[in-house]
Design a protein around this ligand. Structure first.
Ligand code: SUG
Length: 448
């Protein structure tokens, strides 16, 4: 079944605010000047490249930022200008947190189960609640609305509510999920970093985001076969080295699983159970820490690659340029391609603007396997063809700045530019009114 790659379009406020503890790149680049236009161009170039390989490509819209609705919920009041000025005062964390373009990392949009794997024969999607990081938790309501427009046909698609329960049910979407498939069936791997109930040995330095309870709930909600669902713990040492999501150290596609020794706490046990369930066709390509030190894997992101099945049945890896520049990462990827398995080619692409916030090629896309009928049933205009490519390219050139530093986030003109751009985008993508600023009445003046 073909798999649609839904890439998150980079938003006009793409910036480096240091919002994600445990994400090494985000911390390292905090306060630097970003280039939203270059970031959006890189994203479009990746979509064009992937489509050029013969894969199916679609786009997810950015979110409206700064989120004035959220700032008002935090008690900032008055006109938009007053809200922005008050939120920028002091350390300004609220403004930075409400201004991130973080929805670009579409792997965190939702967790997906294709219709072939679910008991009711529908595609199941659960938007991630992203509870662990405040700036990401505010994505969920708009994400849910967007997914309900695109996957609106309830006879084919079930778009659930994000998991309830706050931090105890913290869910990061497909970034902690792998689907592997052989002739024996399809296995779903739901990794987690901490649990609320039950003993575990967790990371010491960095936060673990996904909970075991959330992972188990997703498998239940998606009506998957219990015998083919697996719940490994992310390696606490991997999280402490900067692998805040599973997709920093592991990626799977079809019968191939590529992983680092520090991806999962009990890697051998996981691999043995997967082989038992999926049979000898499953190919596991593992990098030891000796072959590829985890620090290199976290900086160069060789595992945060897209692994694509192409129309001729072969596979290609789309890796970040950074992995080509790191000798150990490059050697590992080339070993994978030389192994004689289905992976025939490794391509390197420049997504540096995103990498500086810890987002590689795999973070930028959400994978949704779809039958031809399901593909036809998609709502909105999100399939990335030549016309949409050209229209989005022109839209970016019209609206995006080429320079943004954290103090610029307080500029009311930036907020207005964003609203104009996204209002136009909803027409281009035929999405309807999905944004808060399109749905809420202008604020009435309040006195404090
Ligand atoms: O959640 N970075 C994102 C990166 C997400 C990467 N996604 C996957 N691995 N699938 C995060 O940490 C940084 C924003 C800032 O610091 O300005 C940020 O949110």
């Amino acid at each position: 079944m073909p798999e649609m790659q839904f890439d998150g379009l980079v938003g006009p406020t793409h910036n480096y605010a240091g919002l994600s503890p445990g994400n090494v790149a985000s911390a390292a680049h905090a306060g630097r000047v970003s280039d939203p236009r270059a970031a959006a161009r890189e994203g479009l170039a990746k979509m064009r490249f992937v489509r050029g390989l013969g894969a199916a490509q679609a786009v997810l819209p950015p979110q409206d930022r700064p989120s004035l609705v959220t700032l008002r919920r935090l008690g900032f009041h008055g006109s938009d200008e007053e809200v922005l000025a008050a939120a920028a005062a002091g350390d300004g964390w609220a403004l930075r947190a409400c201004s991130s373009a973080s929805a670009m990392w579409a792997a965190n949009t939702a967790t997906i189960a294709p219709s072939t794997d679910t008991a009711d024969g529908r595609v199941h999607l659960t938007p991630a609640n992203l509870q662990r990081m405040f700036h990401r938790s505010i994505e969920a309501p708009t994400t849910t609305r967007v997914l309900r427009v695109i996957f609106g046909d309830a006879s084919r698609f079930a778009v659930h509510e994000p998991l309830p329960g706050g931090g105890q049910l913290s869910d990061e979407g497909a970034a902690n999920h792998l689907r592997l498939e052989t002739g024996r069936g399809a296995a779903h791997v739901f990794a987690w970093g901490r649990r609320e109930w039950g003993e575990f040995d967790g990371p010491r330095l960095h936060p673990a985001r996904q909970t075991h309870e959330a992972s188990v709930a997703l498998a239940r909600l998606h009506l998957l076969k219990p015998a083919l669902t697996f719940f490994p713990q992310q390696h606490p040492g991997g999280i402490d080295a900067g692998a805040f999501h599973t997709d920093v150290l592991a990626v799977g596609n079809g019968r191939i699983l590529m992983l680092h020794e520090l991806a999962f706490a009990e890697s051998d046990r996981l691999v043995a159970s997967l082989k038992q369930a999926l049979g000898a066709d499953l190919v596991v390509l593992r990098a030891s820490n000796n072959e590829l030190p985890v620090e290199r894997a976290v900086t160069a992101y060789p595992f945060n690659s897209q692994m694509l099945t192409l129309p001729d049945g072969s596979m290609a890896i789309v890796a970040p340029l950074d992995a080509r520049e790191d000798p150990a990462s490059r050697a590992f990827l080339e070993r994978v391609a030389a192994e004689g398995g289905p992976v025939r080619a490794v391509h390197y692409i420049d997504v540096r603007q995103s990498m500086r916030n810890g987002g590689g090629p795999a973070c930028l896309r959400l994978r949704v396997p779809l039958t031809t009928d399901e593909l036809r049933a998609l709502g909105a205009r999100v399939v990335f063809d030549e016309r949409l490519d050209a229209a989005l390219g022109a839209w970016v050139e019209r609206h995006y700045r080429d320079r943004l530093s954290p103090p610029d986030l307080a500029d009311p003109a930036l907020a207005r530019e964003g609203m104009r751009a996204l209002d136009e985008l909803t027409q281009l993508l035929e999405l309807g009114s999905v944004y808060d600023f399109q749905r809420t009445a202008p604020p009435t003046r309040q006195t404090s």
